[in-house]
Write a protein that binds this ligand. Sequence first.
Ligand code: KG4
Ligand code: ZN
Length: 337
Amino acid sequence: MALDLDTNAPILGIETSCDETAAALVCGGRTVLSSVVSSQIDLHARFGGVVPEIASRAHLELIIPILAESVVSAGISDDEVAAVGATYGPGLIGSLLVGVSAAKALALAWDVPFVGVNHLEAHLYAALLEDPDLEFPLVVLLVSGGHTMLVRMDGPGRYELLGQTIDDAAGEAFDKVARYLGLGYPGGPVIDRLAMQGDPTAIKFPRSMLNEGYDFSFSGLKTSVINHVRKHPDVSAEDVAASFQQAVVDVLVTKARRAAHDVGAKGLALGGGVAANSQLREAVLDVCVRDGIGGFLPSREMCTDNAAMIAAAAWYKLTMDGPSPLDTGAFPNLTLV
Ligand code: KG4
Ligand code: ZN
């Protein structure tokens, strides 16, 4: 049953689905009182990707200090927290369980509602959190390490999945290409930086499924980059990065633009870690200006995993559907719709 919550009531959000331990306090799905994110990147970097067992152990060590810091920096006391929300999927099972268990324990101890939040849905709310003027219908391009999807959003809780990747996610392609080039983990930010010094037209990488519907495919592009570098070992890494990034951005923006046109969207929003990419942000704003629609680009901190978006999603879910039962578990393969 829906809850009638005061818009000034702080909701505690907890995020532990992958390699960020995060906690935040947000009022009314809009006003961020605090947002604390501790990234485990340094722990996983030497393995070239997230190691699930290391991630869950690190979440266990970090969860209490991060929670404490989020409450202290919000300038409130425990008894002012009105509800606790945590990501319950999708993500790594051991990591999810840390956040879900902590949230349920706090909800029980403080005698406030608990709500399980879908991580993908929360990424959609990140744009809403920063742009209160956002108008619907909206097309959201959600691009992260695990997902690449185009979503039609008609309002909080009202979505339609238009298309998604049939193989690698866009972020996964950035990470795999970076790993092959020996650039470290995560690949997105380093390729983004390197590409600034390269020529995006130097190498013609494929734009898979460019003119076919709203689904994406990035695994052929990754293979093509690897084959090119094998054949031309002396190629400039900057040119490879710039040409690869250009291919990803071309496909993402072409499809998002077409979807926005077909849906009659009032705006196009970005979400997920890859939405921090400078070239993607520029290209999206450019098509929005040309097409006369709104372009909503959450700040880079709000694009990558954080708990403010979890607390915002929790507020909408509580006010629309009410709390989740305390026997809610973790769902590694949870989908958006
Ligand atoms: O949303 P996120 O923080 O975690 C997931 O839910 O996956 O996204 C992480 C992904 C990684 O693949 C990372 O390489 C990518 O986002 N990423 C970027 C950039 N910053 C992060 N990709 C391209 N350009 C960036 N600047
Ligand atoms: Zn994410």
